[in-house]
Ligand binder design. Structure first.
Ligand SMILES: Nc1ncnc2c1ncn2[C@@H]1O[C@H](COP(=O)(O)OP(=O)(O)OP(=O)(O)O)[C@@H](O)[C@H]1O
Ligand SMILES: [Mg+2]
Length: 273
């Protein structure tokens, strides 16, 4: 059964795209079929995966299918699943046009199930679907929530981040008829500071059972990997970041050596069939 998640937060720069990208790589490297959906007009995920042009530039292509065209039904969702160059990892690209969609079609705000209706026929072809959201709670993130159900909320152990969670969680609860689960992940954690230790325990106390045990430490490897246009598993496979993110995948997605072995065996069978 396909597992679908959206990565969202009200605050920018907390690691949504970093988690989406690196978790997707960990899952795809483990043999699973993964669909990424870039629902952010900034399109950082798309730039990372498709920006392999000269000097790492993002090749602009007005004809490239993307999620805004899918939502306007100018392109079939199936045709928008782009190859990324990694086995098992497909992308529906983001677009700056996402910012104008509501002006072009105000009805979208009243159709929260539209994205789900368009994307759900694709789900059986994938083991995991990860939706990278913009740092706002609006009609677009609501659509993501209706599509994916399960939510991953990266957060930094900072006072403002705690206040951000206080706004986000009631919003998630309000949507809870479809949002079955949310897991908060503490990112950019510095274990050697009393402040991070104290704020992390405060988050765990405030949201019991909702905070991932695995924290992702602050390291230079993640920004460096992003700059190199690689996942951290390719850029620095033995780094703390790679270990933290792989362990996080085990915890969040229920990965296990048995599940990976079973998937690999299934893949081998698919090849010989
Ligand atoms: N654990 C970490 N250690 C160090 N740097 C990190 C870590 N996690 C993320 N970063 C860096 O923080 C920056 C912001 O991360 P990212 O783009 O993933 O955040 P975001 O939540 O997607 O932002 P936005 O809301 O703008 O989309 C990036 O430069 C990324 O490399
Ligand atoms: Mg982002």
């Amino acid at each position: 059964m396909t597992q679908a998640y959206c990565l969202l937060s009200k605050k920018g720069g907390v690691g949504k795209t970093t988690f989406t990208l690196n978790c997707a790589h960990a899952l795809a490297f483990s043999g699973f079929r993964v669909l990424l959906v870039d629902l952010d007009a900034q399109s950082n995920l798309t730039k990372h995966l498709l920006g392999k042009g000269k000097d790492g530039a993002f090749p602009r292509d007005p004809d490239r299918p993307d999620i805004s065209k899918v939502m306007q039904q100018r392109c079939a969702a199936e045709d928008a699943c782009l190859e990324t160059g990694y086995t098992g990892l497909h992308l529906i690209a983001g677009s700056p046009d996402l910012d104008d969609l509501l002006l072009l079609n105000p009805r979208l705000a009243r159709e929260p199930m539209r994205l789900r209706a368009l994307l759900s026929p694709l789900f059986p072809s994938y083991d995991y679907v990860l939706i990278d959201c913009p740092p706002v709670l609006n009609w677009l993130t609501r659509m993501a929530l209706m599509t994916a159900g399960d939510v991953i909320v990266p957060t930094q152990p900072e006072a403002y981040a705690l206040q951000g969670l206080d706004d986000l969680v009631p919003w998630l609860d309000k949507m809870s008829s479809t949002a079955k689960l949310y897991r908060i992940v503490i990112n950019m954690y510095r274990a050697n500071t009393q402040l991070h230790q104290a704020l992390s325990s405060q988050i765990e106390k405030a949201y019991p059972g909702r905070v991932a045990k695995q924290r992702v430490r602050l390291t230079i490897d993640l920004p460096e990997a992003a700059r190199a246009g690689l996942s951290v598993f390719e850029h620095a496979p033995a780094s703390l970041a790679a270990i933290d993110l792989f362990s996080l995948c085990f915890e969040l997605f229920g990965l296990s050596p048995e599940a990976i072995r079973a998937r690999m065996a299934e893949k081998a069978k698919e090849k010989t069939a």
